[in-house]
Unconditional design. Structure first.
Length: 78
């Protein structure tokens, strides 16, 4: 069973939430791309991959796989 929830970025210096990402995200399906300041997330349905911008929370890209089976994991190569 997965727990899906909103994803927030919390700024420690300001002690405030600075970015709230749209949609519902599972903790198991998030990968960080640090050099590009983006998050790679498997969609809640498990069929697509979304690329979020960390600075503004917007979706930069959606990769639609077209597969009928779920994506279990995503690997990032920097």
């Amino acid at each position: 069973m997965e727990i899906n929830r909103k994803l927030h970025i919390f700024e420690l210096e300001m002690m405030d939430v600075c970015v709230v990402f749209p949609g519902i995200v599972s903790r198991k399906r998030v990968r960080i791309v640090t050099k590009r300041k983006q998050l790679l997330v498997t969609s809640r349905g498990g069929k697509n991959v979304k690329l979020y911008n960390i600075t503004n929370g917007c979706v930069d890209a959606i990769i639609k796989t077209g597969y009928t089976t779920d994506i279990n994991d995503v690997v990032v190569s920097e």
